[in-house]
Design a protein around this ligand. Structure first.
Ligand code: CTP
Length: 447
């Protein structure tokens, strides 16, 4: 029996894929198809597949040419698969001509003529692009534009500097719409991304939604639950997407870590310690209304993310301790929050006026996960055990800070009307809840 093996993403299955699979099957008696996992595609920089792995597998199966489907998950897997499945022929489309000659050492390699004039990328880009306008603090928006412009299906076309005195960085000044008029920006785009002092979010989100525009807003979405509920209802009534942005949630390494921790690799989770600090220009911060995020509202959502995602949002008790900035009763230089759960504890330490190690440690009954500083933009973590020979290291490269994946989820949600957020509604609510307590000074111990 001649065994044939081929690989592909098979997103939005098209005639080119069908021809390839038919001819691959004709090369032998038994066809094995490796469908690439989302994570592996992402690691190779292909971040914009429209269908999930399950949907793509179903479509490949439905062609009727395939005897067995496997999942391609890691670099170097092809050699392992060829040996494991006793493969006689490895085949792939001619767009890969020469690229897999190194496999000739293990089996025959056949490049099949690629069907002309069709590809998943073309089908994806034929869908109408979503035009996005950026609103807020230009230093960060400049980075957002640089990372976000690689995403297929999304065009960043405009910017509204919330602080009119800001200099517009080069990459933003070249956008089609650079304006100090929010209404004008709204009239030119399908959606906005907001990054500025959360105290001001409500009015900007409301205006965008009322004008029929989707909103991606940096966390916390609002500083009050009532306002959050009102905006969520407005978005729902108008069939618009209102999505919370915390880019860490979308970074491959962090996402993988959450899945691993939930699967029980370190036993039961007993304690989570998340720290995020940065020594920003505090005087500037305090003066500048538009950018004046307190330590709590700036770092808090990010630090709370792993606690709420892994321990849930049903904590029994919480204690917020804030050290206030001298001469400013409204600005916390540092805050520490303890969450007590029935069988676990969580602690966050956040600061813009204090510096500490920015690690994340998730402790369990059989080991712990250690993510070195700065954990919120890591591409690496370790699972450590009592017996250090059992430690495991995990690398996920090519990830940046998660901005492109966040945008992909936002674009998918707009295109399909479904929720693709990696942050659940309960987590969003709990973050706003805490921020509200902080701003309203409910139960805060001040030092
Ligand atoms: N293929 C083909 N003819 C096409 C498109 C793809 O023969 N017109 C083959 C590829 O050479 C590969 C397999 O189908 O062997 C799976 O390709 P995949 O990368 O999933 O499809 P593309 O349409 O090329 O996807 P993309 O545009 O995202 O690169």
């Amino acid at each position: 029996m001649i065994k044939v093996l081929t690989y592909g993403t098979y997103d939005l299955l098209h005639q080119g894929h069908i021809n390839l699979l038919r001819r691959a099957k004709e090369l032998g008696d038994y066809l094995i198809v490796g469908v690439t996992a989302d994570g592996f595609d992402q690691a190779r920089g292909k971040i914009n597949t429209q269908q999930s792995l399950m949907e793509r597998i179903e479509a490949v199966k439905a062609t009727g040419y395939v005897d067995e489907i496997i999942i391609e998950e890691y670099e170097g897997q092809k050699i392992d698969d060829i040996k494991r499945y006793n493969v006689d022929i490895f085949t792939v489309g001619s767009d890969w001509e020469g690229k897999f000659d190194y496999l000739k050492e293990y089996c025959n390699v056949v490049y099949l003529e690629r069907t002309k004039g069709i590809s998943s990328s073309d089908i994806r880009s034929n869908k109408r692009n979503i035009n996005i306008g950026l609103v807020g603090d230009l230093t960060f928006l400049s980075k957002f534009e640089r990372e976000g412009k690689s995403v297929n299906g999304v065009n960043i076309i405009g910017v509204f500097p919330i602080d009119p005195t800001d200099d517009v960085p080069k990459n933003l000044s070249g956008l089609d719409v650079v304006t100090n008029d929010y209404d004008l920006l709204l009239s030119k785009v399908d959606a906005v991304y907001l990054y500025f002092n959360p105290k001001l979010h409500y009015e900007y989100i409301k205006k965008a939604l009322l004008t029929g525009k989707h909103v991606l807003c940096e966390s916390p979405i609002t500083i009050s639950i009532t306002e959050l509920e009102e905006l969520q209802k407005l978005a729902k009534d108008k069939n618009l997407i209102l999505m919370e942005a915390i880019r860490t949630a979308y970074s491959t390494a962090y996402h993988r870590l959450v899945v691993l921790a939930k699967s029980g690799v370190i036993g039961d989770i007993v304690s989570i310690d998340a720290r995020c600090t940065s020594l920003r220009d505090r005087e500037q911060d305090e003066k500048d209304y538009y950018k004046a995020w307190t330590s709590f509202s700036y770092w808090g959502p990010n630090a709370m993310l792993p606690i709420f995602q892994l321990l849930g949002t049903e904590y029994k008790q919480k204690t917020i301790i804030s050290r206030l900035q001298e001469n400013n009763a409204h600005y916390d230089a540092f805050s520490s929050v303890d969450f007590i759960y029935p069988k676990a504890v969580g602690n966050i330490k956040v600061g813009k006026g204090v510096k500490t190690e920015g690690h994340l440690i998730i402790s369990g009954t059989t080991g712990y996960i250690y993510v070195p500083a700065p954990w919120w933009k890591t591409d690496y973590f370790e699972i450590r055990r009592e017996d250090s020979t059992q430690d495991k290291r995990y690398f996920y490269q090519l990830d940046g800070e998660g901005i492109p994946y966040e945008l992909v989820s936002f674009a998918k949600a707009i295109q399909t009307g479904k929720d693709f957020s990696y942050i659940s509604m309960e987590v969003t609510r709990s973050i706003v809840n805490l921020v509200e307590d902080f701003y309203k000074d409910i139960g805060i111990i001040k030092i």
